[in-house]
Write a protein that binds this ligand. Structure first.
Ligand code: SF4
Length: 318
């Protein structure tokens, strides 16, 4: 196997690993404390849609208890994390549903309540690009001054036909507007992409990566489409209406996408990390080690790496 020619990795990977990012920026690993503020989503409460995106189960973590205050949840999460790992630094991840979908003052109370906890090094806020009004953006700018802030946006795909099919109720154009507002304010962004959405070909997935590369996000999270118990996707899957990617197809798509993405973009996730207890399919996705190993192996076999086609891609656009 060839040695990796890729600079942003400490362990011979051929993509910009989260491990590399955390070690170079923070000097070591950061753990993730997941918080559920009990927010809903405009795509669930009827403001923009009902029922949510077809794959959505709310996105809460394994251990969160949304009935507690964010601070109490953090203390509980930290007790769990430190029992295994000692007094380690954490990022507080506001993950469940849409975490900017509330009045700015309420958001301020929630977000700032965790900032002075001794082991907190930053916060990540998961949201939709169409839920960023000016007063919320002002708050995010303020938080960005006080801590290491990342805003995580569910982009999923650039294809409008797929966005309609998955019932996101937010166009790609709206996504681009929200993303631009964060970028122009210097707020770190992490874009979520899902591979294997219904009716998407490999070329469509590569096009999503090509257009993502043009945005030069700070980070991306890649994952395959998961069928989770209780979702509308699960009903479609049971009726035989959805074909999922095989492990090999997913690896092939991810390798092609990595080649197109800028080398500086951190790959914060490269396979799924959903709740296995709720996973219906694909079963192969539960074996993360095998998927990660398969991606490394394919990158080495092809002697390729993240960003290998990025410049050519940029030139083609001009
Ligand atoms: S935007 Fe996010 S929280 Fe809202 S329905 Fe879609 S996946 Fe769920």
């Amino acid at each position: 196997m060839h040695a990796s020619p890729f600079p942003y990795s400490l362990d011979n990977k051929r993509y910009h690993t989260l491990n590399y990012h955390l070690r170079t920026v923070y000097g070591g690993k950061l753990y993730k404390a997941v918080i559920d503020c009990g927010f809903t989503c405009p795509n669930i409460d009827g403001t923009k849609g009902t029922g949510g995106c077809i794959f959505c189960d709310g996105g809460s973590g394994y251990f969160t208890d949304g009935s507690l205050s964010p601070r109490a949840q953090l203390e509980k999460e930290y007790a769990r994390i430190s029992a295994k790992n000692g007094d380690v630094p954490v990022i507080v991840y506001f993950q469940a549903n849409t975490n900017t979908y509330a009045p700015a003052e309420k958001l301020r109370e929630m977000f700032t309540s965790v900032l002075d906890y001794p082991y907190v090094r930053g916060i990540s806020v998961g949201t939709r690009a169409d839920c960023l009004p000016d007063d919320v953006l002002d708050l995010l700018c303020e938080l960005n001054e006080r801590t290491a802030l990342t805003v995580e946006l569910g982009m999923q795909t650039v294809h409008e036909s797929t966005l309609t099919l998955i019932n996101r109720c937010c166009t790609h154009e709206e996504f681009l507007i929200g993303f631009g507002k964060l970028k122009s304010r210097g707020i770190r962004t992490c874009l979520h992409i899902i591979d294997g959405l219904p009716n998407e070909s490999r070329e469509m997935m590569l096009e999503t990566a090509r257009q993502t590369a043009m945005l030069a996000p700070d980070a991306v999270k890649l994952q395959m489409l998961h069928v989770i118990r209780g979702t509308r996707l699960a009903e479609m899957y049971t009726r035989g209406e959805v074909r999922l990617l095989t492990r090999e197809e997913y690896i092939d798509a991810v390798v092609g996408q990595l080649e197109l993405l800028p080398p500086e973009t951190v790959i914060e996730r490269i396979t799924g990390d959903g709740d296995k207890r709720k996973l219906i399919a694909p079963e192969w996705s539960a074996d993360k080690i095998s998927v990660l190993g398969g991606i490394d192996k394919r990158l080495a076999e092809l002697d390729t790496w993240q960003g290998r086609l990025y410049n050519a891609n940029k030139a083609a656009e001009k």
